[in-house]
Design a protein around this ligand. Structure first.
Ligand SMILES: Nc1nc2c(c(=O)[nH]1)N[C@H]1C(S)=C(S)[C@@H](COP(=O)(O)OP(=O)(O)OC[C@H]3O[C@@H](n4cnc5c(=O)[nH]c(N)nc54)[C@H](O)[C@@H]3O)O[C@H]1N2
Ligand SMILES: Nc1nc2c(c(=O)[nH]1)N[C@H]1C(S)=C(S)[C@@H](COP(=O)(O)OP(=O)(O)OC[C@H]3O[C@@H](n4cnc5c(=O)[nH]c(N)nc54)[C@H](O)[C@@H]3O)O[C@H]1N2
Ligand SMILES: [Mo]
Length: 898
């Protein structure tokens, strides 16, 4: 459309508002109740314009083609100014002191601060650690309420009171800390007056910042773009970037608020070296020399294969690239792995076998067009809140939702059908769904004929998986299986989004493959219809750590180490021989340490003693290994057992890139300098190589990505410079002048025959089974406020949001065990024991209990077994047989006295 704004022509899209038109014409209008992330309400009357003879609020008035909009006329200026003055006059005298949006607007309109003469007296709500409310500064614009509803989807806030007494309040009525607020920070971020602020920051978080750094969040794999505001070497706020490709101006309790660990007095600031049994401070020179001597001794005694490294999915691509190069080229072994092993290695294996590439099939934006979401074994409301919020908004706007999860948590509340399979029975469930789709003709015959293989085998197998048979195995009512299959099968653009409830099982890779069957049967992958098959990858850079070749069988870009051509390419770029034999996986590293074959282990940013399964065995492995080196921010459970600890920088203190869950490379930039005495992982790897007399080349992170791009055709078009210019670029990206491919396989699948491969794997039972002695099934997973080992989040005010480690028990099971809510309870498995606080909840099904693993002192991973996915060795974290014993306060006391 063409509009005229004070005589200037502007072109805007259909449906644009007059405010959009004014901005498109380069004009300026004050707004207070408007935010580009929200629907407009036109309540503050500060954006008044004239069109067709009437004065209207520009933000809520649609621009018509050919409209003439008057903005600059003197009477309009006066009206707008008076609207702002009216708002300001009701506010207390300090209202314009800070750097709020309102203060800035008043400054630009020449409104004096002493106009604010309101009486105040409405009080504060300071109950919440991250959101403080000063009611006297609230102008009832409703931005916070809309943010909570339209972006976050929590609906925790409301406007209460009448007229000029209207003020924001939690919908539950009581203090903010006891409300439904999930601390995404959206309300603080949008508040134009400073009524809602983040407390405890220099200048109340409202003071003007000295520097603003655009970076990518270092917690989960969503990859939110954040602006980090700093002053005098401290973070004063983190705000979500409105143009962030995945987060679009949103964030969560971790990315937005959980940066307090940076200021923790427990932060390591110098190397530690074990002497006479104790870790003591040492110089970098001493620590590096000690490690170099230890590595030489290990190689002398057992060859290069006696050394192994666990790389960090928390670290950058460049650091992962450099570490695997160090292991392959300097040490001469493929013994390098990363926590993808514990997480989505079944996705990597399953998706590669099915479709050809090791990543999700589509870009997350495609979810906006999906008409049916199948969310399986993932709890994004807690684990990927920004994605969870976008999925919820999609559902509220009409997409159908099927959730498959044994627990009634997160988006399950909004599901059209909630399937609650017994843990470990996914394959039977997926086959049950596929059976119905085939039986009812809800499949894409044309697609199956030309683009898929394996249909006859699958059809034969599915005869055994009638809804009734699947119901008997999974415990899901047959009618629900039929209903879910119809919702998915009849959708035009279905989407599959899944998590660890699919992968962390004895048959996790079969789970991924048989879940993919559903998309193939429906022709909903490789066709641009919907959102294919997409794992919600976990760590900030777990996709990248694997892309960079921090894997024992794969080189950067997934070339097999056993493939001479792949090795030759790496050898040419690196100018050194590449070991041809696959190395050890993480669990094999521990086994080799226990048997004496592994003599040196370098653990970078993974708290294996807390987060790997069957932790008693992990601790034994570290104790048996002659040299354990740990690169860490804190003295983690693993660092405590190390011989040498290197103190390293966090994601807020270094340069590089991460790859998020939908394969986007994004820049990570240093907002702060690391503390004195602390190096980046990148610098430590270089320093150790130099101590061993080797030069790894690529002196800077940018050089490392350039070198990787020379080695891997799928990354050839990537560089720091390009990412700085364009923001995010996804792989495959072979060409510096063309965009990466976010939706894959439009022409053909990347399998050798170009077809998508259906899997006819039969259902096999989980490895752990309950019995009379261990009658309950323990599922482990995540809670919203803490992150994995909790090493970072427990060192922030997130600890106030979630202070204790709880095990969720169904009220029926609690009654049987004589357990009350809040009782301390001993959880025992065949492998070990843990101590937690009982929480009675029907989120869990009878016969099942649930806990997280964010407090290592509880010992949750002493319970889990060393059973693992038969294809990839991903641990069976989701199924452990346990029993509970109530430790009433008295027995607890007795135990302590003994
Ligand atoms: N707040 C927070 N966010 C995180 C993390 C964190 O620690 N805290 N960690 C990050 C990491 S590393 C990862 S990998 C991701 C993980 O993110 P998710 O995969 O969403 O995490 P989980 O909670 O481990 O497991 C998801 C769900 O699987 C269900 N489930 C268990 N067994 C089965 C089963 O047999 N079948 C089905 N269908 N479902 C089952 C569980 O009940 C659980 O709700 O989160 C990332 N984000
Ligand atoms: N019972 C149970 N256990 C599980 C799971 C489960 O579902 N159930 N999930 C598993 C999964 S999916 C995962 S991914 C693992 C995660 O397990 P971990 O990888 O062990 O967990 P994190 O706490 O994310 O990170 C470990 C350490 O990295 C450090 N760190 C952070 N940033 C950096 C950095 O830039 N450099 C270095 N060198 N260190 C850094 C932190 O201080 C922290 O101590 O846990 C697994 N464990
Ligand atoms: Mo993970």
């Amino acid at each position: 459309m063409r509009v005229l704004v004070d005589g200037v022509t502007a072109h805007v899209a259909d449906g644009a508002s007059m405010l959009d038109a004014v901005r498109a014409a380069g004009g300026e209008l004050p707004t207070l109740c408007d935010d580009d992330r929200l629907t407009s309400v036109g309540s503050c009357r500060t954006c008044l314009v004239r069109s067709g003879g009437s004065v209207v609020a520009a933000c809520v008035t649609p621009a018509a083609d050919g409209a003439r909009i008057e903005v600059a006329a003197e009477d309009l200026r006066t009206s707008r100014r008076e609207a702002v003055e009216l708002i300001v006059s009701a506010l207390p005298p300090y209202a314009l002191d800070g750097g709020s949006e309102l203060a800035t607007l008043c400054h630009s309109l020449g409104i004096a601060a002493d106009l604010a003469r309101g009486a105040g007296g409405r009080g504060h709500d300071d109950s919440h650690p991250y959101v403080h409310l000063d009611r006297d500064l609230c102008i009832a614009c409703g931005r916070c309420v809309r943010m909570c509803a339209e972006v976050q989807g929590t609906f925790a806030l409301t406007l209460t009171g009448r007229g000029s007494d209207t003020v924001v309040a939690p919908g539950t009525g009581g203090p903010w800390a006891e409300s439904d607020c999930v601390s995404c920070g959206g309300c603080v971020d949008t508040c134009p007056t400073g009524a809602l602020t983040e407390p405890g920051l220099p200048g109340g978080g409202r003071a003007p910042e000295a520097a603003r750094t655009r970076t990518t969040c270092g917690y989960c794999g969503v990859g939110c773009s954040l602006d980090v505001l700093t002053r005098d070497g401290e973070v004063i706020a983190v705000s979500p970037a409105h143009d962030g490709p995945v987060n679009r101006g949103h964030a969560c309790v971790k990315g937005r608020f959980a940066h307090g660990f940076l200021r923790s007095p427990e932060r390591l600031t110098g190397p530690l070296l074990r002497r006479a049994g104790r870790l003591r401070p040492a110089s970098w020179r001493e620590a590096l020399d000690h490690v170099a001597r230890g590595l030489r001794a290990a190689v002398a005694a057992g060859g290069p294969g006696a050394v192994a490294a666990i790389s960090s999915a928390r670290a950058t691509n460049e650091e992962n690239y450099l570490l695997q190069k160090f292991m392959r080229v300097v040490i001469g072994t493929s013994n390098v792995d990363n926590c993808s092993r514990l997480c989505h290695s079944p996705s990597a294996a399953g998706l590669t076998a099915t479709f050809g590439l090791s990543g999700g099939t589509d870009g997350f934006d495609d979810v906006e067009t999906a008409d049916c979401l199948l969310l399986v074994g993932a709890n994004p409301a807690e684990a990927h809140p920004v994605v969870g919020a976008r999925l919820l908004q999609r559902t509220l706007r009409g997409a159908r939702l099927v959730v498959a999860d044994p627990r009634a948590v997160g988006l399950a509340r909004y599901a059209d059908v909630h399937l609650r399979p017994r843990p470990g029975t996914n394959v039977a469930l997926f086959h049950g769904l596929a059976h119905v789709m085939l039986a009812e003709g809800l499949v894409d015959e044309e697609f199956l004929r030309h683009r898929a293989s394996g249909l006859p085998e699958l059809t034969a197998l599915l005869e055994d998986y009638s809804p009734e048979r699947a119901a008997a195995v999974t415990g899901v009512p047959a009618g629900d299986i039929v209903a879910a299959a119809r919702l998915f099968g009849q959708a035009e653009r279905p989407a599959i989004v899944y998590g660890l409830g699919v992968t962390e099982h004895l048959h996790g890779t079969d789970g991924v493959r048989t879940l993919s069957n559903l998309a193939i049967l429906r022709g909903a992958v490789g066709t641009g219809r919907g959102f294919g098959v997409n794992p919600l990858r976990g760590q900030n850079n777990v996709q990248g750590a694997s892309d960079m070749g921090a894997l024992p069988d794969l080189l950067p870009g997934y070339g097999k180490v056993t493939d001479p051509a792949a090795r030759a390419r790496a050898e040419e770029v690196w100018g050194a021989p590449v070991p041809p034999r696959p190395g050890l996986r993480i669990p094999q590293m521990f086994a080799a340490a226990r048997s004496g074959e592994l003599r040196a282990l370098w653990v970078i940013g993974e708290d294996v003693c807390a987060t790997d399964p069957d932790s008693t065995l992990v601790a034994k492995a570290l104790d048996a290994c002659p040299l354990v080196v740990c690169s860490e921010l804190f003295l983690s459970e693993t660092a405590r057992r190390a011989d040498v600890v290197f103190p390293v920088a966090s994601w807020l203190e270094k340069e590089g890139t991460f790859v998020n869950f939908d394969r986007r490379f994004q820049r990570v930039r240093a907002a702060l300098r690391p503390p004195e005495g602390v190096l980046t992982d990148f610098e430590v790897i270089h320093a150790l190589a130099a101590t061993l007399g080797a030069d790894l080349g690529c002196p800077t992170p940018a050089d490392a990505l350039d070198e990787c791009a020379r080695l891997v055709p799928a990354f050839a078009g990537l560089s720091h410079g390009r990412l700085d210019r364009e923001g995010a670029v996804c792989w495959p990206c072979p060409d510096p002048d063309r965009p990466g491919e976010s939706s894959l396989y439009r022409e053909r699948f990347a399998t050798p025959d170009g077809l998508a491969h259906l899997s006819a794997a039969p259902y096999l039972p989980p490895g752990e089974q309950p019995d009379d002695r261990y009658p309950l099934v323990l599922v482990t997973g995540r809670r919203w406020a803490h992150y994995n080992s909790g090493g970072m989040t427990r060192r922030t005010d997130n600890l106030r949001l979630d202070p204790v480690d709880r095990v969720d028990v169904h009220p029926d099971d609690a009654a049987r065990h004589g357990l009350r809510d809040g009782d301390r309870v001993r959880v025992e498995s065949r492998h070990g024991s843990a101590s937690l606080i009982a929480r009675l909840s029907d989120d869990v099904a009878p016969g099942q209990v649930f806990c997280a693993f964010h407090f290592p002192s509880s010992g949750v991973n002493a319970l889990t077994s060393d059973r693992a996915d038969t294809v990839t060795s991903c641990p069976e974290y989701k199924v452990t047989a346990v029993r509970l014993t109530a430790l009433t306060k008295d027995t607890e006391l007795l135990r302590r006295r003994r």
